[in-house]
Write a protein that binds this ligand. Structure first.
Ligand code: PMP
Length: 352
């Protein structure tokens, strides 16, 4: 606490990101990063961008990246917004589109950055409980609200919502923005991007951090009809003219167009997820059906906190949230085949 702070700072509850410790031999399954590196073509493009032009500012509009994204979805560049990681895209979206007289709705168990943004921007919000099976029930979102935001698949549960349900949500709320945060969609859910043409109230947000393996480059984007994107641009241009640097733009364009690499790694992670699910079930875990690159699982006999601590002793890091309803769950990122095998062995030892 400091007398120098602006008043709002006292009331903030900052998001706490998963640890990035430097422990030798650590198996890091706590922040849903991709266990396989970025594609060789992506790395080559980033290296090629390291030259004298770094003295110049990058393109403030990120046009080259917006263009490749727009082309692949049959959209116009004006319908694509890019930012420094999807967290920044989300932040601008909260400020530009989600602050209304009625509360913003999102699930009680969801991405924990959402309430943080609400507090930062003074947005009134209400959480809607997931059902007993930890699923989103769109009928629970009926009634007055200012806007809605949902991750699909949800995080940290990993459970996907069918596109038809998202369409119901869009139809139930024609006068409210519905944001679908598709950070993990490439691992098994259906993207809502094809609905953008039909629904002026839909904004879909993506990241390059997971399925494109570029968490370290910080690139995210949003797609929606022009009025929504224009609102985000107005906020962005009142905040930072150059959110994506030259290396990020070069790397992201290359990653987006390297379809073979994307497909191969994505399928490999999906296959490992299925193998890991079965292995955890054999150890007695209840594993929620995941469409993401992580699993959410609990053991009937052991507290989540205790299991997380025991794994840490064995230099395996997973994520545990000390929170109502999910305190006994472990969120486990799907690693390489070898990392998953080490995790299963370690859990077997811990469980005796
Ligand atoms: N949305 C969800 C649901 C996430 O889990 C994450 C990753 N923590 C993000 C958005 C943000 O990812 P990034 O800023 O790396 O794009």
């Amino acid at each position: 606490m400091s007398r120098f702070w602006s008043p709002i700072v006292h009331s903030l509850t900052p998001y706490v990101a998963g640890e990035q410790p430097r422990i030798h031999g650590l198996i890091k399954l706590n922040t849903n990063e991709n266990p396989y590196g970025p594609s060789p073509r992506t790395l080559a493009a980033i290296k090629a961008a390291v030259d004298d032009t770094l003295r110049l500012y990058p393109d403030p509009t990120g046009l080259a990246l917006r263009q490749v994204i727009a082309d692949s979805h049959g959209l116009s560049v004006d319908e694509v917004f890019v930012g420094n990681g999807s967290d920044e895209v989300l932040a601008h979206c909260f400020q530009a589109l989600l602050n209304h007289d009625q509360p913003l709705l999102f699930p009680d168990i969801s991405y924990s950055f959402y309430p943080t943004y609400c507090r930062l921007y003074g947005i009134d919000f209400r959480t809607i409980p997931l059902d007993a099976a930890m699923q989103v029930q769109v009928a629970d979102y009926k009634g007055p609200c200012g806007a809605i935001i949902l991750p699909n698949p949800n995080a940290p549960t990993g459970i996907a919502l069918p596109l038809a349900e998202i369409e119901t949500l869009l139809r139930d709320h024609p006068d409210q923005v519905v944001v679908i945060d598709e950070a993990y969609v490439d691992f098994g859910a259906e993207s809502a991007i094809p609905l953008v043409k039909t629904y002026p109230n839909l904004l879909v947000i993506h990241t390059f951090s997971k399925s494109r393996s570029l968490a370290g480059l910080r690139v995210g984007f949003a797609v929606g009809q022009r009025p929504l994107i224009e609102a985000m641009e107005r906020v962005k241009d009142s905040f930072n003219s150059y959110p994506l640097d030259r290396l990020a733009l070069a790397g992201a364009v290359a990653a987006w167009t390297d379809q073979d690499w994307f497909e191969t790694q994505r399928q490999r992670i999906i296959a490992s997820r299925e193998t890991l699910t079965v292995a955890l079930q054999r150890l007695g875990f209840e594993v929620l059906p995941s469409a993401a690159n992580f699993l959410f699982a609990r053991h009937p006999d052991r507290a989540g906190k205790e299991l997380a601590a025991a794994l840490r002793e064995k230099a395996i890091l997973i994520r545990h949230f000390q929170k109502d309803r999910i305190g006994d769950f472990l969120r486990i990122t799907v690693g390489t085949e070898a990392e998953c095998a080490r995790l299963v062995t370690a859990l077997g030892e811990v469980l005796g």
